[in-house]
Structure formats: structure tokens, C-alpha cells
Design a protein around this ligand. Structure first.
Ligand code: GUN
Length: 313
């Protein structure tokens, strides 16, 4: 499908057979819209056959601006996919015990197919304890250790939405991964670690290197990479000198940086210096409009899978 047509051309030839400066955008926004339409169609088929609309619940504690935006986007995506959604909001003085009671209530509610607890949580609440309290069969974020472990050994499981979205982009854009050298920057539980497992699994078959803040050969690893996936949360960290001509670049970063030229005073900056790197890359995701929209879309896919009991009874 969406092989992107927005390539930028220059006339100078290069050793890779592409013109220098010619690259294709990997358009996450358009891909996510296509997938959401596919999901909506499936939901309408289920409902027409007498089945139940998938129902996602989200718990949001406090008033973190970024979290509020994410959760609102998730609720909107539910509407776009024909799902029901329930947003449960609490003040940031909610006790850990009360949050755990809320999780237990959602675990037991047969009408809720899947739910998420938006992170980060206030500091007085133990995030890991909350994640482990979620019934793994409703853990559409894929954060529960049972889902993480099952994914790692290739069993059916809910997979964390950002890594899942990246794989879907690579697949839909026909990016060759078998035997390719993939360098992942970042080792978070939500992105870097699960992505490293997924990129090396059978059928994807990349040779994976994970670099992080203590890596001493990060630049050299990047320069040798066919695919770089940047998920370190450092604005414009990946520069042109770190990229091999023709590499595929996936940018997970979304840092708000000051920008006086914007009415709101900030813009989203990825982990990649897009202007400098794009002309060297063969394919690249923009920020915004790359990985971000895919993340929410994969949460919708996981919710549909939960409603259908695809992974668990
Ligand atoms: N905070 C940032 N990303 C996520 C996510 O994917 N899920 C949840 N629950 N919280 C987040």
C-alpha cells in the first residue's frame, strides 16, 4: 500500500542508485487512518452479526498536559473505530489503594474488553504494582510481565503499541528487514526492549543492536546500520554524520521544544535531525505524523483483539 510519493529529488547520482537527496516519507498519519478505517469496518461487521462493540476504558490520574492530550486522542480514536470508550479521571491525590481498587473493578467488569492506566502516575503510586494488578487478558498496553514474557518467546500476546506500530510501518512500506543491521537507540521497557525482541523474531529476522546512554560505540553502530530506530528522547540526537547513505530512519522521539514562531510557543521535535538526515536516508518517518499516530492505532488493534479474545479466553 502507501508507498509514499512525496519523494524529494535532486539530480546528482549516488553510489546507491538513488539520486542524492532522494528519500521517501514513511507516513504514519496516513497509514494510521487506513488501519483505523479497516478496524471500523471489522467492528461494523461484528455488530451487524449481533456481536458487541469493543469497549476500551482509560484511567487518567492528575492533570499532566501530555497525558491529557494522549488520553483525549485515544478516546477520539475509539470513536473513529466505532468502539465504546470510558474515561475515568481522578485527582493526583488518589491513593495507591484506591487506584488498585479501580483496576480490580475494571478487571471484573465483563463489559470492558481492555483498559489502560495512563503513565506516568504520581510519585506516591508504585507504577509496576499497578501494571501487575491489571488482568493480563485486558492489558491492551502490553505492559504486564505475562504479555512482555509471552511476546519475548513468540507466543500470542498483547504487544506494546509503539513497537507494534513501528513493525506495522516497516511491513506496510515494504522495508526489507531480513538479515539487515538494525540499531535501536534506547532501552526503555515500553519501546527499546520490546522492539529489540520483535526485530529479531522469526519473520522479521533483523540483526539487532541496542545502544543506550552508556554505549561507547553508538556513533559507529549507527553508521553501520541499515535501519536506525531512535527512541532516546533527546531532540535531534541523530545527526547526518551518524547515518549511512540509504539507511531507513524511524524516529520515536516527541520532545516539546521552545519555538517562538509557533502560536503555542513550542513544537514537537524528534530524536532525529530531520532536515540534515532525510537527504541521506532512503526512507524516514517525520515528527509529527510518523510513529505517533501509529501508537494509538495499535492500541485500537489490541482492543479489537481483546474483544475477540484473540490471544486469551
Ligand atoms: N504514557 C506514555 N505512553 C504510554 C502508553 O503507551 N500507555 C500508557 N498507559 N501510558 C503511556
Amino acid at each position: 500500500m502507501e508507498q509514499n510519493t512525496s519523494s524529494q529529488k535532486d539530480t546528482a547520482p549516488s553510489l546507491t542508485g538513488r539520486a542524492v537527496g532522494e528519500f521517501s516519507l514513511i507516513d504514519g498519519k496516513a497509514t494510521a487512518a487506513t488501519i483505523k478505517a479497516e478496524i471500523k469496518q471489522e467492528v461494523e461487521n461484528i455488530v451487524a452479526a449481533g456481536g458487541k462493540r469493543p469497549h476500551l476504558a482509560a484511567i487518567l490520574v492528575g492533570h499532566d498536559g501530555g497525558s491529557e492530550t494522549y488520553v483525549n486522542n485515544k478516546v477520539r480514536a475509539c470513536e473513529e473505530c466505532g468502539f465504546r470508550s470510558t474515561l475515568l479521571r481522578f485527582e493526583d491525590d488518589l491513593s495507591e489503594a484506591d487506584l488498585l481498587a479501580e483496576v480490580a473493578r475494571l478487571n471484573a467488569d465483563a463489559d470492558i474488553d481492555g483498559f489502560i492506566v495512563q503513565l506516568p502516575l504520581p510519585r506516591h503510586i508504585d507504577e509496576q504494582k499497578v501494571i501487575e494488578a491489571i488482568d493480563y487478558r485486558k492489558d491492551v498496553d502490553g505492559f504486564h510481565p505475562i504479555n512482555v514474557g509471552r511476546m519475548a518467546i513468540g507466543l500470542p500476546a498483547f504487544v506494546s503499541a509503539t513497537p507494534k506500530g513501528i513493525l506495522e510501518l516497516l511491513r506496510r512500506y515494504g522495508v526489507a528487514t531480513s538479515g539487515k543491521k538494525c540499531v535501536i537507540l534506547g532501552r526503555s521497557n515500553i519501546v527499546g526492549k520490546p522492539l529489540s525482541q520483535l526485530m529479531m523474531q522469526k519473520g522479521v529476522d533483523a540483526t539487532v543492536t541496542v545502544c543506550h546512554s552508556r554505549s561507547t560505540t553508538l556513533k559507529e553502530e549507527c553508521r553501520a546500520a541499515d535501519i536506525i530506530i531512535a527512541a532516546i528522547g533527546q531532540p535531534a540526537f541523530v545527526t547526518a554524520d551518524m547515518v549511512k547513505p540509504g539507511a531507513v530512519i524511524i524516529d520515536v522521539g516527541t520532545t516539546r521544544v521552545k519555538d517562538a514562531s509557533r502560536a503555542r510557543g513550542w513544537r514537537l521535535q524528534g530524536d532525529v535531525d530531520f532536515q540534515a538526515v532525510a537527504p541521506i536516508a532512503s526512507q524516514i518517518t517525520p515528527v509529527p505524523g510518523g510513529v505517533g499516530p501509529m501508537t494509538i492505532c495499535m492500541l485500537m488493534q489490541n482492543t479489537l483483539a481483546a474483544a475477540r479474545h484473540e490471544y486469551y479466553n
